[in-house]
Design a protein around this ligand. Structure first.
Ligand code: ADP
Ligand code: MG
Length: 595
């Protein structure tokens, strides 16, 4: 007896469906891509129970004829390619003609569709590849597909779905990938009768803001710099976040020819361009769009993979990195400050410290109503211009990195509120948080000492005794060589105590015990397993303790010295903890405020 037989179509479809439709999110992707391929200008997505019970996509695209409506659900039925070689010049999203066939194999599908030129539309209902009914109906132009009870006939698949929360997150992720490349199409996303996203047609930037510019996602396009480069090989454009607005959790997106892609190698190119500008474990958000001839990429034939191979990845890596660098160089001298952002003033002045009045060290001939060229170009003022002379000779905005920045060594500098140092610079009015600035400077100094030199010790007149819990004793013993390198003179007295005979000179007027206790506690809480890590903790804690406090009046020289040392650091925009040190209120920003 022959045992080989052909599988019935419905079974073959079910097996193949597993490839294309793994979860509600992949189904949504296929449906929305079809709507876009059909030229829709408006797409509505309606979801119930994270797609388990309902996934509906309504579009105003070109619709289908009665015949096409039926054919669309056949495997390898597509209107998009005719020959294999078309695959390489692909510009539509779908091309395999297997999505609808797969979906109807594993769900209950109801579709109405009508073309503009037809009086009536077609209604089609298919359950698990079986056509239940097909009839003439009246419906708007476009296509409305309702996919109910996904995997109703594949219990195993159904069981493998994650929680609604996870599946909804997957749905949204797929949705973002698409809506970010179709800003000209308006979208809505409704889940369990709640409108989650309402995206009007607009520019790319408006779309990004519409999707991510909410307190939960926290990606605001005002924090972005635009990048753009055109080469023979590839055109790149997009938006990258200014280093000062980097976050711990970032949104990072690459698109190529209108499709989302993952590309770890290019991601590295972006990170390299940012190197030295971000505090530890901060990430830049970016939205970068590549435009490249379809022949130069390997379109991934596999329907669910998002990796794409490029013919000349090394060259594109270099182009991308240079493009991001250029974008960053443009702004680093002139970040804007948002005074409406309440997060900026995050440390209240300690109420027990005297608050100094703002010290205004101004040239008596200075007239605040005379401004320099940028604000009133036709009334450029000589006196101010001279202040900027040293900079304007090397007016190299594009390539100047923060470390090369020069500051005027004359000209006004003020302290404000016992907390901020303010001075005019090339980029605008620079505001510096004095305590954080000093913390960053001291941190660099302590780290340097730990690596290279012996720090100076101030001997205590009366040695103090430090008692610590057992776990912290172990940590301090481990760190002892580093603590003495930085200037602590300590010696173990008993299993649970140290005597302190001297402390780092920079801490001269502090009491030793709380500082050491703080170090031990920080290392225990934050964890520091390597020497590098505990050195960072030591340097950070010491820097914070030794830095000028808020409310302390600074002399003009102290301010200048601090600012000059600050801008020599490799990164001066953030403290080692990631807090903002410097903000520049640009001329544009000022003008806007008075417009
Ligand atoms: P593919 O998109 O790869 O061609 P699909 O199975 O997703 O394959 O769709 C099959 C065909 O059905 C498409 O080629 C298209 O002609 C038609 N189609 C599917 N969805 C729509 C829609 N929303 N509007 C108009 N036509 C559609
Ligand atoms: Mg398709």
């Amino acid at each position: 007896m022959d045992i080989i037989h052909l599988l019935p179509d419905s079974v073959a479809n079910q097996i193949a469906a597993g490839e294309v439709i793994q979860r509600p999110a992949s189904c949504l992707k296929e449906l929305v891509e079809n709507s876009l391929d059909a030229g829709a200008k408006r797409v509505q997505v309606i979801v119930r129970d994270a797609g388990r019970t309902l996934l509906q996509v309504i579009d105003d695209g070109m619709g289908m004829s009665e015949m096409d409506a039926r054919l669309a659900f056949e495997r390898h039925a597509t209107s998009k390619i005719r020959e294999a070689q078309d695959l390489f010049s692909l510009r539509t999203m779908g091309f395999r003609g297997e999505a609808l066939a797969s979906i109807c194999a594993v769900a209950q599908v109801e579709m109405t569709t009508r073309r503009a030129e037809d009086e009536t539309g077609t209604l089609l209902e298919i359950h698990g590849s079986d056509v239940i009914r097909q009839e003439v109906c009246s419906c708007p132009v476009g296509t409305n597909i309702k996919v109910s009870n996904l995997f109703f006939n594949v219990p195993v698949r159904r069981k493998f779905l994650k929680t609604d929360q996870t599946e909804l997150r997957n749905l949204l992720t797929e949705f973002y990938h698409i809506v970010l490349v179709y800003p000209k199409v308006s979208f809505t996303f409704v889940h369990n009768d709640e409108i989650l996203l309402e995206l009007p047609a607009g520019s790319e930037k408006q779309r990004i803001e519409a999707v991510f510019g909410n307190p939960k996602r926290n990606v605001y396009t005002s924090a972005f710099v635009e990048i753009k480069t055109e080469t023979e090989l590839v055109n790149i454009h997009g938006f990258i976040v200014k280093p000062e607005s980097a976050t711990r959790k970032a949104e990072q997106y690459f698109f190529v020819n209108g499709r989302y892609m993952r590309h770890p190698y290019f991601q590295k190119a972006v990170m390299t361009a940012y190197s030295g500008m971000l505090p530890n474990d901060y990430q830049p958000s970016f939205f970068i769009y590549f435009d490249i001839s379809p022949e130069a990429i390997d379109v991934n034939i596999h329907p669910t993979k998002t990796e794409i191979k490029f013919a000349d990845e090394q060259t594109i890596f270099q182009i991308l990195m240079a493009c991001v660098r250029e974008g960053l160089g443009k702004f680093t001298l002139a970040p804007t400050i948002d005074f409406d952002n309440p997060g900026m003033i995050d440390i209240p002045l300690p109420s027990d410290r005297p608050v100094s009045r703002p010290q205004v060290a101004v040239d008596p001939t200075y007239n605040p109503f005379h401004t320099r060229g940028a604000i009133y170009p036709d009334k450029a003022q000589k006196g101010w211009e001279t202040v900027y002379e040293p900079i304007s000779t090397s007016r190299d905005f594009e390539t100047t990195t923060p470390r090369e920045m020069e500051l005027p060594d004359a000209g006004p500098i003020w302290q404000y509120g016992g907390k901020y140092i303010i001075l005019p610079t090339e980029g605008g009015l620079m505001l510096i948080n004095q305590h954080r600035a000093h913390t960053a400077v001291l941190y660099a100094q302590f780290m340097d000492q730990l690596a290279h030199t012996q720090g100076a010790t101030q001997q205590l007149l009366f040695p103090e005794v430090l008692e610590l819990p057992q776990d912290e004793m172990i940590l301090v013993r481990q760190m002892q060589p580093d603590l003495s390198a930085i200037g602590f003179d300590i010696e173990q007295l008993s299993p649970d105590s140290f005597s302190i005979q001297g402390i780092p000179a920079q801490l001269a007027n502090q009491s030793a015990i709380p500082v050491l206790q703080h170090i031990a506690q920080q290392v225990r809480e934050r964890g520091a397993d390597t020497q590098r890590e505990w050195r960072e903790q030591i340097a950070r804690t010491l820097a914070e303790s030794a830095a000028v406090p808020y409310g302390q009046t600074l002399t003009e020289n102290e301010m200048r010295d601090l600012v000059n040392r600050l801008v020599k650091l490799p990164t001066y925009a953030r403290t080692p903890d990631g807090k903002i040190i410097v903000s520049i209120m640009s001329d544009e920003e000022m003008n806007r405020r008075f417009s």
